[in-house]
Design a protein around this ligand. Structure first.
Ligand code: ADP
Length: 592
């Protein structure tokens, strides 16, 4: 956790701890009162030290003299008076510089109980150690400089225990009106979800929600950036109740030479080695003339579940839907939902008197879940005329099957089904991949095929397809949860030319991607789609962009499979991961 806590040095009336962000961090390293001194601090200190001890010595000597001479102590000479003034001045100076810091450190030290009440003790030690960092990571990565922070005093609500947050420097300007709204959210009078509609300003809503959340939880969000994001762009489409955004680095692999064209593949990941490994695979493929892909099928699916009084009635609807004579009328009803959704087939399965109807349709450049759902709803309404006893239990009955591992997707496909292949020359296997054709073929058979069979894998006959699928999905605004079925992949490695060369292929039946809709329209994701030349809707051939993106995903998986399998075959895997994928920082200090 990036949140940082430390002992407060200002505006604190009781032993406590508080949240801190970059503003306070800068206060710690910023101007000090001593900066106002005409001389350097160490010279001033030395001067006052000397004065203090000299006058103490002088006054003690004078005191002894007066006692010896029986002179009354209150009779002062000019030098006595000057010495007393010098004594008082130097004493005040030293108290100011050393005494107050000491007294504050005693008063403001948080009691162990306060820490323990919040979190586990060990974590706190780590957090305090982490506080030594001058600039929070999030801030360092944020390319846009936030405006000067404004300090806000918390007005404790009577609904809540007084919070330990005395002041929270905040990187966006919050005015008095905002302060009132924050207090209202903290007090539970204004629902957090209503801020966008009430304020009509998404950025302000996010800022206020975030501030309220920090106060309610007494947890800092200082590492989670707020600035530099278009909150209007996600309203009603991508994310509710935003408080900031998570930064994920995007690496670039390639060029991937696929079907005669080169692509630079953006991968959003925090797994070291992944981009480097994919890059190496791309290199091997490119030297050997590139990879080739074929789109086998393009259809998104949705399967509602309906119930009848008897299994016989459920079967009647199954026969009706699967009769080619009825397809035209059903598809006409389905296709009314969109210019792009075109019904391709309906596959039915019975469970007693319950019927599951798996509608498959093309969806243009959209991933297509919304589109297919609308078409299915049209058909269900239409079927109700001829089957009034049909009880619709759910628009999705999991026979679709979305975001769950399932054999139906592995066997029938969902989204784009793609096969991608390449021939890797023996010398490239040896010189670039540092292994042999024989070792790769054997490892693939024993790991990706036999090993996965032994594990009872469902579509998992590969080494790391999901790594590449997830990284490209996040970079290009796909739904990362669909990584589940989109990563179904069987990797084949077979000897060619008497074992001199290698034929490698990946077959992926369920790549669910789109270039319009969902997260694809957001600025960063859209830039990554643009890099691949597949941004938005294809003007010439609707669906061409999404299909090309699916082929690029498969091509990238092919490259990464080659590279990882080679690393394992040659025993390099552990070494390279130790080098690129293992933090050499003390992780206990970063842990939360
Ligand atoms: P999804 O079905 O993947 O959830 P959305 O319904 O959010 O996608 O987005 C698809 C929208 O984009 C539809 O309204 C559709 O009419 C529109 N659209 C525009 N051009 C295309 C295209 N080439 N392919 C698919 N949809 C398109």
């Amino acid at each position: 956790m990036e949140g940082t806590r430390r002992r407060s040095t200002t505006n604190i009336t009781k032993p406590t701890h508080k949240l801190i962000d970059q503003d306070e961090t800068s206060t710690v390293t910023g101007p000090k009162p001593s900066d106002a001194l005409p001389l350097p601090l160490y010279i001033t200190n030395a001067l006052f030290f000397t004065v203090f001890f000299s006058v103490v010595y002088f006054l003690l000597t004078r005191w002894r003299e007066k006692i010896r001479n029986s002179t009354p102590l209150h009779l002062l000479t000019l030098s006595d008076i000057v010495a007393i003034f010098a004594f008082i001045a130097s004493f005040i100076y030293m108290l100011g510089f050393f005494g107050i810091d000491f007294v504050q450190s005693l008063i403001l030290r948080p009691s162990p109980d306060v820490w323990a009440a919040e979190d586990d003790g060990e974590d706190e030690v780590d957090l305090l150690q982490e506080d030594a960092r001058i600039v929070p990571c999030g801030q360092a990565l944020d390319s846009t400089a936030p405006p000067p922070p404004q300090k806000i005093a918390v007005v404790p609500s009577h609904h809540l225990k007084p919070k330990v947050v005395d002041e929270i420097p905040f990187p966006t300007t919050l005015n008095e009106e905002d302060e009132e709204i924050i207090n209202s959210v903290v007090a539970g009078k204004t629902p957090s979800y209503s801020l966008e509609s009430k304020l009509g300003d998404c950025k302000r809503a996010a800022a206020i929600r975030r501030e309220a959340l920090q106060r309610i939880t007494s947890k800092s969000l200082s590492g989670l950036p707020l600035e530099g994001f278009d909150y209007e762009s996600i309203l009603g489409q991508c994310c509710e109740m935003p408080i900031g955004y998570v930064q994920i680095p995007v690496g670039i692999a390639g060029p991937l030479l696929l079907d005669g064209k080169e692509y630079s593949v953006p991968m959003a990941t925090t797994e070291g080695c992944l981009v480097a490994s994919t890059n190496r695979g791309c290199k091997a493929i490119r030297i050997c003339g590139g990879a080739a892909s074929v789109l086998l099928r393009d259809a998104m699916t949705r399967a509602p579940v309906v119930r009848f009084g008897t299994a016989k009635r459920a079967a009647q609807l199954k026969f009706y839907l699967e009769d080619p004579a009825n397809f035209e009328v059903v598809s006409t009803v389905f296709n009314k939902s969109s210019r792009f959704g075109r019904l391709q087939s309906i596959k039915c399965a019975l469970a007693g008197k319950n019927l599951y109807m798996r509608f498959s349709c093309s969806t243009g450049d959209a991933m297509g879940m919304n589109m297919v759902s609308k078409g299915v709803q049209n058909v269900l309404d239409f079927l109700q005329n001829d089957f009034p006893d049909m009880d619709v239990l759910g628009i999705s009955g999991n026979y679709c099957s979305d975001k769950k591992p399932s054999a139906v997707n592995w066997i029938e496909g969902r989204g784009k089904s793609v096969v991608c292949e390449a021939v890797i020359k023996g010398d490239v296997v040896r010189n670039v991949l540092k292994t042999s054709v024989e070792a790769l073929v054997e490892l693939n058979m024993l790991k990706n095929l036999t090993g996965s069979a032994m594990a009872g894998a469902l579509g998992g006959f590969n080494a790391q397809a999901s790594n590449i699928v997830s990284a490209i999905y996040i970079a290009t605004g796909q739904d990362p949860a669909q990584n589940v079925e989109s990563s179904h992949c069987i990797t084949m490695m077979e000897p060619l030319n008497g074992g001199e060369d290698l034929h490698v292929s990946v077959t992926m039946p369920s790549i669910e991607v789109g270039t319009v809709g969902g997260g694809t329209q957001l600025a960063s994701q859209s830039a990554c789609l643009n890099l691949l030349g597949v941004k938005g809707a294809s003007k010439e051939t609707p669906g061409a962009n999404a299909r090309l993106l699916a082929s690029i995903v498969a091509g990238s998986v092919l490259a990464a499979e080659l590279s990882l399998m080679s690393a394992i075959a040659s025993g390099q895997l552990v070494n390279s991961h130790m080098k690129y994928n293992r933090s050499n920082k003390d992780v206990s200090k970063v842990a939360s």
